[in-house]
Design a protein around this ligand. Structure first.
Ligand SMILES: *[C@@H]1O[C@H](CO)[C@@H](O)[C@H](O)[C@H]1NC(C)=O
Ligand SMILES: *[C@@H]1O[C@H](CO)[C@@H](O)[C@H](O)[C@H]1NC(C)=O
Ligand SMILES: *[C@@H]1O[C@H](CO)[C@@H](O)[C@H](O)[C@H]1NC(C)=O
Ligand SMILES: *[C@@H]1O[C@H](CO)[C@@H](O)[C@H](O)[C@H]1NC(C)=O
Ligand SMILES: *[C@@H]1O[C@H](CO)[C@@H](O)[C@H](O)[C@H]1NC(C)=O
Ligand SMILES: *[C@@H]1O[C@H](CO)[C@@H](O)[C@H](O)[C@H]1NC(C)=O
Ligand SMILES: *[C@@H]1O[C@H](CO)[C@@H](O)[C@H](O)[C@H]1NC(C)=O
Length: 404
């Protein structure tokens, strides 16, 4: 059984960005130098800056990367999120083995980078034009061989070229965690992460509770986020193959400052810098309305923000607790079948324009079409819904929702 086939996205190639960056970047840190509080490393072109900062009204010092050219402090990455420095004595060094270490004056290490191997020749650290802080061997130009990169350890911000998702070979899992508060970059309550139980799907959690999911990728967009459509600001895509699962985007015009952020209140937003007002504008909040609250209408319920009440039930189902449903507007218990399922006689009903069900416990196959999908699983009692995986070119692939 083929579990992963390839979706090749030709409209962007993330690694090209990185290669381009190396060729023109000149600012480096080597094992005989260091960066003290007050000193910074600036990327070629001056878009990003690495150094020490204090967030909001805090006096704690953190090592981080921010947009260097704008008047509003905008930190996109923090090294020592959970171990702030209490004074200005912080110093960033690179060891001969290629490990970045952040130390106090007394030589206590409060943060260090991590690498699966040691440098075989002279290591250097660079801040690339993409905002990616990397450690590599001096003459190494293949991003695959970098010893470490900050893009693999995201904070709450997804910059262009970063991958949100997993390397299935190494197990590397790049996900976002909100800041605790404007004064505290330590991990807050929200995470946004690719989960890979069934067909991979992004999930936003508050602690362990699922709050939102954009729906499975359908070849063009996430099925539950019609607002994230092709646009003039950026291109985006998802790669799902046997090696990797990730979402990434590329700005159409790299002079424009724009990024995705998981906010402290748990919103997944795109921000765009407006030079005229010298402020960040919320270009889009991916959670649009109440129906984006995970499981609002419960199992076999259907949510439509234009309806009142928002929740209705699918044909053949009734609310599990009718009184709760009608009087308390508590839909979370969902619905149950009016009559028990009979797999040998019952069939499927078609629903269009809906977000696909939670796919984390689904089964999928890129190689068969909708008709084959239906014929294979029509009489299988654990298959409760099916759809195309990819809606392009008339549709292909098969995604099955299973009883869990
Ligand atoms: C580190 O960089 C400095 C400044 O470019 C240079 O003088 C020094 O020789 C370099 N050290 C090593 C070990 O490459
Ligand atoms: C940053 O500002 C400097 C000085 O104003 C300017 O030369 C440079 O082009 C700017 N870089 C970016 C990326 O906007
Ligand atoms: C560093 O890497 C090792 C091995 O890959 C891992 O066990 C450890 O948790 C990592 N430490 C940090 C701080 O990421
Ligand atoms: C995180 O959740 C806890 C427990 O629900 C709550 O007390 C705290 O205020 C939340 N923190 C933020 C930053 O929302
Ligand atoms: C990119 O954006 C910059 C800044 O807004 C603008 O000056 C430039 O003309 C744009 N380039 C293209 C190719 O649209
Ligand atoms: C399903 O329907 C068929 C045909 O009406 C019937 O023979 C069978 O007993 C039903 N099975 C169940 C589990 O109700
Ligand atoms: C139904 O389909 C699932 C998923 O392919 C499979 O694991 C299960 O064995 C099938 N059950 C039957 C009775 O064919």
């Amino acid at each position: 059984m083929e579990t992963f086939a390839k979706i090749l996205l030709s409209f962007f190639l993330v690694s090209n960005l990185t290669i381009l960056a190396i060729a023109v970047d000149t600012l480096t840190l080597n094992a005989t130098q260091s960066i003290r509080d007050g000193e910074t490393l600036v990327s070629e072109g001056g878009k990003f800056e690495l150094g020490f900062f204090s967030p909001g009204s805090s006096t704690n010092r953190y090592l981080g990367i921010w947009y260097s050219n704008i008047s509003v402090q905008t930190v996109v990455w923090v090294a020592n999120r959970q171990s702030p420095l209490k004074d200005f004595s912080g110093i960033l060094k690179l060891t001969n083995k290629g490990i970045l270490v952040l130390q106090t004056q007394k030589g206590n290490t409060v943060w260090s980078s991590n690498s699966s191997r040691s440098a075989r020749s002279t290591p250097v650290a660079k801040l690339l034009i993409s905002g990616n802080l990397i450690v590599k061997e001096e003459n190494e130009n293949d991003p695959e061989n970098f010893l470490w990169q900050s893009f693999d350890d995201p904070s709450d911000t997804l910059l262009q070229g970063m991958k949100l998702g997993r390397n299935l070979i190494t197990g590397l899992d790049r996900y976002l965690t909100s800041w605790k508060s404007p004064d505290d970059p330590s991990p807050g309550n929200f995470t946004y992460r690719y989960e890979i139980g069934g067909f991979p799907e992004c999930v936003l959690r508050e602690g362990s509770i699922v709050r939102f999911r954009p729906g499975p990728w359908n070849g063009v967009r996430f099925s539950g986020t019609p607002e994230l459509k092709p646009n003039s600001l950026f291109t985006f895509g998802v790669v799902i193959n046997e090696k990797e699962v990730y979402y990434s985007y590329k700005l159409r015009n790299s002079s424009i400052l724009s990024m995705m952020v998981l906010t402290q209140k748990g919103y997944w937003q795109r921000h765009k810098w407006i030079e005229k007002t010298k402020a960040w504008d919320v270009y889009v909040t991916v959670q649009m309305d109440e129906c984006d609250n995970y499981g609002l209408c419960g199992s076999y319920g259907s949510c439509n923000s234009l309806d009142s009440p928002r929740c209705s039930f699918l044909k053949g189902f009734v609310p599990k607790f009718p009184e709760k449903w009608d009087n308390n507007k508590d839909w979370s218990s969902g619905c149950v079948r009016k009559t028990p399922l009979n797999c040998s006689t019952d069939g499927f009903l078609k629903y269009s324009g809906v977000k696909l069900p939670d796919s984390r416990k689904s089964w999928f196959d890129f190689s068969i079409n909708l008709e084959e999908c239906r014929n294979l699983y029509m009489r299988n009692c654990s298959c409760t819904a099916y759809s195309n995986l990819d809606v392009r070119n008339g549709g292909s692939g098969c995604l099955l929702a299973l009883v869990c």
